[in-house]
Each structure stands twice: as structure tokens, then as C-alpha cells.
Design a protein around this ligand. Structure first.
Ligand code: SAH
Ligand code: SF4
Length: 378
């Protein structure tokens, strides 16, 4: 299954593409301001937003209720923004699809669209950065290093493409959940991530429920506080992955900068989605984080926090020196937490066979060769 469609190319001439406003990253209010300043009726900006987000059209020519002179002006002076080229790179036995998106500078990111077991609804896992600087030792994205931030329009466009693709296959498919768990650390790119949530929850656009959106973080304390203060209503997931400061430092060096106690303190003190518990993700690595004593350390650590625990058996990839635990130790670990009255789920990773599972998104091979940049330099 190959290429979807390209963005309509902007006409040459006029101002350079780089300086043009990228419409897919703008709110209805911003679009109203833009068209008003160009001498058109402000309400046209709202119609433009609906075409771009609700209808997901890719060329100005398709925006039939906009007057010709406005369409010509948009063509000449703006860019739709978003992703330059998209393809479905693979389909998994469990029904998941992996998308490979090429950005306007040729960089590549991936998203994974996953059905729930009975295909009642679908969840899209989006990327928020090209690569990642956090350097977790068990993650392919981290292994490959950081390249650049993604812009709001690029983050949003992953959703527009995936929704379009899904609805082409099945017009009744329920595109419902969004998780920021693809490539990158969303809370090292908090501004565009928050903006993308606002656009995607806009009732005149894609109209996702904020309660069905989850931002997953490795524990970037300032970003967590910023996300809480932005009051998007989105849920928070924290990738805990180890039960002590020392163990966590060994696999997530970011813990030296943002200690485990501080991360948990933010979860305790700052509100995220109302009446929704925070999720702690915990990657189970054989002999390292999956032992009984690890589970017994986790029990008091999370005591008193309204939370649920999502256990993720490690997904192996070439270059990662860890092993996936056997089912018995996964069960044992889960049981210890359940007996301590925690809500526990095990993520039997989707899309494992297509390399689209957690921590396996690598973008393109060419990106592997580039130098890494550490999170200190961001
Ligand atoms: N940067 C964010 C979101 C992307 S990573 C974060 O770290 O939370 C999404 C999830 O994948 C995280 O919970 C992370 O711990 C998990 N993960 C990374 N590599 C993995 C691997 N090889 N196997 C299983 N889970 C992995
Ligand atoms: Fe980055 Fe998340 Fe991977 Fe860590 S687990 S390297 S934060 S993408």
C-alpha cells in the first residue's frame, strides 16, 4: 500500500514559502485576522479553518464556498503547511498501520494508527519531534538522536492524514483517541504540542475530546508544569520505567536533571485532565526492571497518587542491549501491583511485527548517521 497524496504545491513567485503563514497551524481566530488584514470578510477565516481541519482538503481550489479572489490571494501569499508527503509504509497483522511522513525539509517521522481489539475505535500515536534528545537507553528514537522540533502544522497534519486514510477505507470508522507517544519528547516541544491539542479539539475542526488525548513524557518537569497551566484538558502519562532514582538514572539519564521525586511531586501538585488519573508507563526489561523487588519498590512509590499503571514489555530492536521478559514475570509483576490495589494494564504492543511499537519508531535510515545532540543543549 503506497503513496497517499501530496500537498498541493504552492505557486512559485511571490514571497518565499518559508515566510508564508502556514495555515494548518493557525486557529480560526488567527485565520480570521489574516484574511481581514488582507481585505476580506473575517468570517472567511473560519470557513478556511473548517475546510482545512474538518474537511481536511489539500488545495485551495477545493474550498468551494470561498470567493475566487480570496483563493487566489491565499495561493499567492500563504502555505497550507503540514506534511509534504505521506505514505502508509506497512500494515500489521493486528490491523495497525504505520505512516511514514516526509516533512518539507526531507526529514521523516512516523505515526501508528491502531484499532482496539474489536475495531470499535481507533487510536493514533503521533510524533512531536524529529528524533529525540532525551537519550533513554532502551529506545530506538533516543538511540538515533535529535534532529529538530516539529511545528504545530506538522503535528496536526499527521492526524489529518491518518483520519483521511482511515475514512477512505471505512467511512464509519471511529477515529477517537490521540496519544503523543510517537517519536520525540512532547514536553521538550510544549508550545507546538499545546497548540496542536487546541486545534485538534476545536469543535469546528477535528473535534477530538481532550479526555481522549494523552501526552506522554519522560518527566520533563518544566514542560509538565507548562502543560498543566495550559489547561488543555488532555491526560498525562509519565514514563516511569524504574522504581528508584538510581535505577532510573541508569536507563534514563534525564533523571539526573529532573529527579524522580520532583517528577512525582508535579503529578501530585498540578492538575491535569479533570477526574482522569495519571498513567504511569513502565517498560519491563528482563532482569533489570521486571523483578519482584522492583514491583515491591513501585508499590510505596506511587502510594496516594490517583493513577493507573501501564506495563509495557520491552520491544527489542537491533542496537538495544535489553531483553523482553517472559509472560510469567510480566504476570507476576502485574499481580503484585494489583494486590496492592493499583489499576494495571499490560500493553501487548501493537504493530510489533512492523516495527511500529513503542520505542521502535526510527524515521529514516539516513537519519541514524547524524550526530546526536544532548538534551542539555536544547
Ligand atoms: N518521549 C515520550 C513519548 C514517546 S516514547 C516518553 O518517553 O514518554 C513512548 C513510550 O514508549 C514511553 O513510555 C517509553 O518508555 C516507551 N518505550 C520506549 N522504548 C521502548 C521499547 N524499546 N520497548 C517498549 N517501550 C518503549
Ligand atoms: Fe525520547 Fe521517549 Fe524515547 Fe526517551 S522513550 S528517548 S523520551 S522518545
Amino acid at each position: 500500500m503506497q503513496v497517499e497524496e501530496r500537498n498541493a504545491p504552492a505557486r512559485s513567485g511571490g514571497s518565499g514559502l518559508a515566510e508564508r503563514p502556514r495555515l494548518r497551524g493557525m486557529s480560526p481566530e488567527q485565520l480570521e485576522g489574516l484574511v481581514r488584514a488582507a481585505g476580506f470578510d473575517a468570517y472567511r477565516g473560519r470557513q478556511l479553518f473548517q475546510w482545512l481541519h474538518r474537511r481536511g482538503v489539500r488545495s485551495f481550489g477545493e474550498m468551494r464556498n470561498l470567493p475566487g479572489p480570496l483563493r487566489a490571494w491565499l495561493e499567492e501569499n500563504t502555505s497550507p503547511g503540514g506534511i509534504a508527503r505521506a505514505e502508509v509504509s506497512s500494515e500489521s497483522a493486528d490491523g495497525s498501520f504505520k505512516f511514514l511522513f516526509e516533512l518539507d525539509d526531507g526529514r521523516k517521522v512516523e505515526s501508528v494508527l491502531m484499532p482496539d481489539p474489536v475495531r470499535e475505535y481507533w487510536t493514533l500515536c503521533v510524533s512531536s519531534q524529529v528524533g529525540c534528545a532525551v537519550d533513554c537507553k532502551f529506545c530506538v528514537t533516543g538511540l538515533n538522536g535529535f534532529f529538530r522540533q516539529m511545528r504545530t502544522d506538522e503535528i496536526v497534519d499527521q492526524v489529518l492524514y491518518a483520519r483521511h486514510y482511515l475514512h477512505q477505507r471505512d467511512s464509519r470508522a471511529n477515529f477517537r483517541n490521540l496519544v503523543y507517544m510517537g517519536m520525540g519528547e512532547p514536553l521538550l516541544n510544549t508550545g507546538p504540542v499545546v497548540e496542536s491539542i487546541r486545534l485538534l479539539t476545536n469543535t469546528e475542526g477535528v473535534d477530538l475530546s481532550p479526555r481522549r488525548i494523552t501526552v506522554s513524557t519522560s518527566g520533563i518537569v518544566p514542560g509538565m508544569i507548562e502543560l498543566s497551566r495550559a489547561r488543555t484538558g488532555a491526560c498525562l502519562a509519565v514514563s516511569l520505567n524504574a522504581p528508584t532514582q538510581e535505577q532510573r538514572e541508569a536507563i534514563m539519564p534525564i533523571t539526573r536533571k529532573y529527579p524522580l521525586a520532583d517528577v512525582l511531586d508535579v503529578v501530585r501538585r498540578y492538575p491535569f485532565a479533570r477526574n482522569k488519573r495519571v498513567t504511569f508507563e513502565y517498560v519491563l526489561m528482563k532482569g533489570l526492571t521486571d523483578r519482584e523487588e522492583d514491583a515491591h519498590r513501585l508499590v510505596p512509590l506511587l502510594r496516594g497518587l490517583p493513577c493507573k499503571v501501564n506495563l509495557i514489555p520491552f520491544n527489542p530492536s537491533p542496537g538495544l542491549p535489553y531483553e523482553r521478559p517472559d509472560e510469567e514475570s510480566i504476570d507476576r509483576f502485574a499481580t503484585i501491583l494489583m494486590e496492592a490495589h493499583y489499576t494495571v494494564s499490560v500493553r501487548w504492543s501493537k504493530a510489533l511485527d512492523l516495527g511500529g511499537a513503542c520505542g521502535q519508531l526510527a524515521g529514516q535510515k539516513g537519519q541514524r548517521t547524524r550526530a546526536r545532540q544532548s538534551f542539555d543543549k536544547l
